[in-house]
Write a protein that binds this ligand. Structure first.
Ligand SMILES: O=C(O)CCC(=O)C(=O)O
Ligand SMILES: [Fe+2]
Length: 279
């Protein structure tokens, strides 16, 4: 039991917050309420100086919902619930090295992930996030209106298929499931299931086109949205330290893993929590 009240401190005006003064091995009910509110309000939250074993990581994740076991990433041998997000020192390709939200190609896309630092480079390897509520809110009324009637197709083939990015990179040996590709259709603007707020939902890694439009017709508007969505005002940048934990909401944010630590190893443990269909 912790007797301290956790403090929530924004990481930047537009995105993310640190929740300080909580031990994730044994959060009290009131700690959980503060964490839940911060998660809903900021889209991504960060913790410092944690000491989570893999079992603690799994137990904390289970408090949020069912664990989604990743079809593509290498699992940690002993714990199938934990995906290994890593880059060995001789590799050049990292995981998540472009702006994206995870798993938007699933019909019920994952709620979010809890990422725990295990091995960090001496410098570099930050993770950036962008707030898709802010991105939506900053659009003109005219474009909001146009987007509100559109749906988009999301596919994992470009990233995880046999001809996809990872299978044709120096990370290919670690990836599996290239025969499990699939797609889903979601509204371009979702109403977030926890906050009730509207958020932009297309993303550069997985969205292929607007439903009923060709990929070529879709490209210019998607490209505009992708450039808009990562305006610095909507983003924050998290510097990992030993003991750091990030917990993001895939529906409310995008993320980007900076690939600026060639020659060093980096390893994080990720647990993903299942989600619901989006409307
Ligand atoms: O390594 C990171 O910082 C994030 C990688 C990523 O995109 C993910 O785990 O979903
Ligand atoms: Fe990711």
């Amino acid at each position: 039991m912790s007797f301290q009240t956790p403090t929530v401190r924004k990481l930047s005006a537009g995105c993310g917050a640190e929740v300080l003064g909580v031990d994730l091995r044994k959060p009290s009910n009131s700690d959980m309420e503060i964490i839940r509110d911060a998660y809903r309000d900021y889209g991504v939250i960060f913790f410092r100086d944690q000491q989570l074993t893999p079992e603690d990581h799994i137990a904390f994740a289970r408090r949020w919902g069912e664990i989604d076991i990743n079809k593509f990433f290498p699992a940690n041998g002993e714990y199938p619930e934990i995906a290994e997000v890593g880059k060995e020192k001789e590799k050049k390709t990292n995981i998540g090295g472009g702006w994206h939200r995870d798993l938007s190609y699933d019909p019920s896309p994952a709620m979010g992930s809890i990422l725990v630092a295990r091995v960090l480079p001496k410098e570099g390897g930050d993770t950036l996030f962008s707030n898709m509520y802010a991105a939506y809110e900053a659009l003109s009324d005219g474009l909001k209106e146009t987007l509100s009637s559109l749906k988009a197709v999301h596919s994992n083939a470009m990233a995880f298929g046999a001809a996809g990015f990872y299978k044709n990179s120096d990370q290919s040996a670690g990836f599996k499931g290239e025969n499990l590709i699939g797609q889903a259709v979601h509204p371009v603007i979702i109403t977030h299931p926890l906050s009730g707020r509207k958020a932009l939902y297309v993303n550069p890694a997985f969205t292929t086109h607007f439903e009923g439009w060709t990929p070529l017709e879709s490209r210019p508007l998607l490209d505009f949205l992708y450039a808009h969505a990562v305006r610095p005002e909507f983003t924050c940048r998290f510097q990992w330290r030993e003991g750091s934990v990030a917990f993001w909401d895939n529906r409310a944010t995008w993320h980007y893993a900076a690939n600026d630590y060639h020659g060093s190893r980096r390893l994080l443990h990720r647990i993903t929590i299942g989600g619901v269909p989006l409307g």
